[in-house]
Each structure stands twice: as C-alpha cells, then as structure tokens.
Design a protein around this ligand. Structure first.
Ligand code: PGA
Length: 252
C-alpha cells in the first residue's frame, strides 16, 4: 500500500500573524509544482485563520499545534477541535513532547484530545518519543509502547483511518542532534509492527509514521529514504520557506 509522504512544519510559538501569512504565502508559491507529497504547516492559534485564508487556494494544508478536548464551555484560554476545524485546519498535532514536558500533558489527556479531533473531523498527528535518559536506560520501546497503546486506547479502526504517528526522540528536538539512520529505522520498524499487533496489518500498512527531531535540508534525504519513514515533522527548519522547501524537495 502506498503512503503519501507528509512533511509538516510545526511553527511552535513563532511568528506574528503578518509574519506567518508572509511565510505561508512564500511557501505555497514554492510548493506550486509539488506532487505526491502533502505539505502542512501548523502556525499558532492566533495566526491559524489568517494563514488558512491566505493560502486557501493552494496545496499547502493547515494544522493546529494542540487543542482542548472539551467541546465548549468555561475553560478559559482553551480552544476546541470544532473551532480549529472551522478556522480552516485539517490536521492537529497532539501530545508533542513540549506539551508533555511543560504543560503536564499525559497519555490519558492525549487520548481524549485524539478522540475530540476525530469527532470534529481533524486528522490527529500523535507525537511520541523517549527522552535521553529513557534511551540510555534501554526503555525506548517500553515508553513508545505505552504512549501508543494509552494514546490510542479504545478507538476502532474506522476512527483511526486518518491517524498520523510522529516519532520524535525528545533528545533530538531542537538540539541539532538527529537520530541516526539506524536508530530511526529500528524504531519505525518497531512502530509499524506494533500498529499491526494492536490493530491490523492493513491499518499498519496505511498509517503514516513521521520522523521529527532536528530534520534539516542536509539530513532530510537520508532520513526520508528509510523504508518505514513516511515524512517529517519539522520545527526550526520549517520557519523559513526557503529552508523548508529544501526539506520538502528532499528527493530532487
Ligand atoms: P525541531 O523540532 O525540528 O526544531 O527539532 C521538531 C518538533 O518539535 O516537531
């Protein structure tokens, strides 16, 4: 089964509205001849509707970086899946390690957020990954198992049809330390077989597994060439359209 690669840019807490619109427009222009690769950018909540409107006629898709799992109500400062969808997003990043680390996100809140994304018709990108000390203690697979099985607990196959998994070793995020090709290959193969065990072979074959963590134009070709890698979640190197396009066009 062929999986269309997804190259997603996570803009984190960067760019004002006008700055985000300018980069998004530049990127959309640079992507006008791209085929067979999906490109997505995730600006801040404030910039999201502006960016969505500014590139709505282009192939570049929009994602949010987070959501709150309740539908609506007295939850000061939060944003729901329906609001994100209505603002023009198709994707939502869930359980990013920065949210787990700085905002106490747990596997159980991640699971609720995935549920709410699915109910609103957003495609969830579930982020998982081990810390440096967990890897040193040889707990990588144990941690990934828990993040996958608890994050996806209780869902049926039809609900997860648009799920994207993103393997992002915490020690490689924003550090310039990329996981080696062998490390990435080993984990992605493992995740592919975990999805088969937890769900089904078809599901495992159709689900995209992205790599994230210091992806840049220099290492993109090697990383994207790994068999079970179906794209990338890019932070720092997605902020500049000219740099990001060189990751998107890693094969050219
Ligand atoms: P990075 O971030 O590319 O800056 O390492 C990746 C991410 O956090 O998704």
């Amino acid at each position: 089964m062929s999986r269309i690669p997804l190259i997603a840019g996570n803009w984190k807490m960067h760019k004002t509205g006008p700055e985000a619109v300018e980069t998004a427009r530049d990127l959309a222009q640079l992507c006008s001849d791209i085929q067979d690769i999906e490109v997505m950018i995730a600006p801040t909540f404030l910039s999201l509707p502006l960016v969505a409107a500014s590139i709505e006629d282009t192939s570049v898709k929009i994602g949010a970086q987070n959501l709150y799992f309740e539908k609506q109500g007295a939850f000061t400062g939060e944003v729901s899946a329906d609001m994100i969808k209505a603002a023009g997003a198709q994707y939502v990043i869930i359980g990013h390690s920065e949210r787990r680390q700085y905002f106490d996100e747990t596997d159980s809140s991640v699971c609720k957020k995935i549920n709410s994304a699915i109910k609103s018709g957003l495609k969830p990108i579930l982020c998982i990954g081990e810390t440096e000390s967990q890897r040193a203690d040889e707990k990588t697979f144990l941690i990934l198992d828990k993040q996958v099985s608890d994050g996806l607990k209780g869902f049926g196959l039809d609900e997860l049809a648009h799920l994207v998994l993103a393997y992002e070793p915490v020690w490689a995020i924003g550090t310039g330390k990329t996981a080696s090709v062998d490390q990435v290959r080993q984990v992605h193969q493992y995740l592919r077989s975990s999805l088969e065990k937890l769900f089904s072979k078809d599901f495992s074959n159709q689900t995209r597994i992205l790599y994230g963590g210091s992806v840049n134009p220099e290492n993109a070709k090697d990383l994207m060439g790994i068999e079970d890698v179906d794209g990338a979640l890019v932070g720092g190197a997605s902020l500049d359209a000219n740099e990001f396009i060189n990751i998107i066009k890693y094969n050219k």
